[in-house]
Design a protein around this ligand. Structure first.
Ligand SMILES: NC(=O)c1ccc[n+]([C@@H]2O[C@H](COP(=O)([O-])OP(=O)(O)OC[C@H]3O[C@@H](n4cnc5c(N)ncnc54)[C@H](O)[C@@H]3O)[C@@H](O)[C@H]2O)c1
Ligand SMILES: O=C(O)C[C@H](O)C(=O)O
Length: 338
């Protein structure tokens, strides 16, 4: 058996974590032979609840779980970690946009960025889930300058899964018969779920999604708005934000980042923009299609054709991210030139 890796999860007493921790501890994310030490961070008033979660993890009797460390101190949680999954933040309620959470949540990511910078491994892989996820990931990166900027990502995999599931249902195929759906931009209602480069496998053949669905009006209309507004629809129905599907998105994102994407497939991740890719300005955590190699390095998939319809949508979501970034920098008094 290999040496255990250290994995931190924040917001560990919350509802997403309750669906997530078991999957990590049983090897679904980092592999079926990889032992893990899990460090679980939450705030001081939640330590009682967190201790209950620790008891349950222990009672699962999972052979890959080497140790569990609950704490309310970010520097304890992030000490020497190989991966950090930053979930802990306030969720939105009905009627709010995710960016309404900016002022409530962004300071959490400043503090955690500083702690990661101080105590985490320099090759730590950071996935930000707490909303607004893209801008929080940018802030975490900003306050952790000693860690490579590529190591900070935001989750749009839940959006990709939602889009894939909508197409699969329309074509009456299993979800894994739909490949290369792209989520561009922000994890918000301006995101652009794009199926122009995606394919559906049906009856032994690969078909472009537009040919398989045969309903352009739906693909350019209700399909897009359904995916954009799915988080709000779950909140309206459950009176709580998505948790089971969010945990599955985290598992998929981190598993692909750790082990690599399948041949011929790409996945969507919020990653730092360099200013030279698909006309997106620099210094944004923007969701792009990415391919991941077995050594955990990833590349944005280049050269995809962007038509006028898509260009407009990419510009809308980039504009929103630029505004969120500027608001966050102003609020935290960050020097944007650093
Ligand atoms: N990116 C996505 O696709 C996606 C999907 C679903 C939810 N979310 C977001 O994830 C976040 C968590 O959602 P949830 O449903 O688990 O919420 P929750 O309220 O059930 O749990 C959040 C937990 O975070 C803890 N917390 C608060 N401040 C903290 C801090 N400074 N350090 C550590 N822990 C802290 C809380 O005490 C709580 O236990 C929300 O912001 C939600 O909007 C994102
Ligand atoms: O919509 C939310 O606020 C929660 C989450 O981001 C989601 O997409 O379900």
């Amino acid at each position: 058996m290999s040496e255990p890796i250290r994995v931190a999860v924040t917001g560990a007493a919350g509802q997403i974590a309750y669906s997530l921790l078991y999957s990590i501890a049983r090897g679904e994310v980092f592999g079926p032979t990889q032992p893990v030490v899990m460090t679980l961070l939450d705030i001081a008033p939640m330590m009682g609840v967190l201790n209950g979660v620790v008891m349950e993890l222990m009672d699962c009797a999972l052979p890959l779980l080497s140790n569990v460390i609950p704490t309310d101190d970010p520097e304890v949680a992030f000490a020497n970690v190989d991966a950090a999954i930053l979930v802990g933040a306030m969720p939105r309620r009905e009627g709010m946009e995710r960016k309404d959470l900016l002022k409530a949540n962004v300071k959490i990511f400043m503090v955690q960025g500083k702690a990661l910078d101080k105590v985490a491994k320099k090759n730590v892989k950071v996935l930000v889930v707490g909303n607004p996820a893209n801008t929080n990931a940018l802030i975490t990166k900003k306050f952790a300058p000693s860690i490579p900027k590529e190591n900070f990502t935001a989750m749009t995999r839940l959006d990709q899964n939602r889009a894939q599931a909508q197409i699969a249902a329309r074509c009456a195929v299993p979800c894994n018969s739909v490949r290369n759906v792209i989520i561009w931009g922000n994890h918000s209602s301006t995101q652009f779920p794009d199926v122009r480069h995606a394919v559906v496998s049906k009856d032994g053949k690969d078909l472009p999604v537009y040919d398989a669905v045969k309903d352009d009006a739906w693909l350019k209309g209700d399909f897009i708005t359904t995916v954009q507004k799915r988080g709000a629809a779950v909140i309206a129905a459950r009176k709580l934000s998505s948790a089971m599907s969010a945990a599955k998105g985290i598992v998929d994102h981190m598993k692909d980042w750790w082990a690599g994407t399948k041949e011929g497939e790409y996945v969507s991740m919020g990653v730092i923009s360099d200013g030279n890719t698909y006309g997106v300005g620099k210094d944004l955590i923007f969701s792009f299609p990415c391919k991941v190699a077995a050594d955990h390095s990833y590349q944005v998939v280049g050269g995809l054709d962007i038509d006028t319809f898509s260009r407009e949508k990419l510009d809308i979501t980039a504009k929103e991210l630029t505004e969120e970034r500027d608001d966050a920098y102003a609020f935290l008094e960050v020097d944007s030139n650093l």
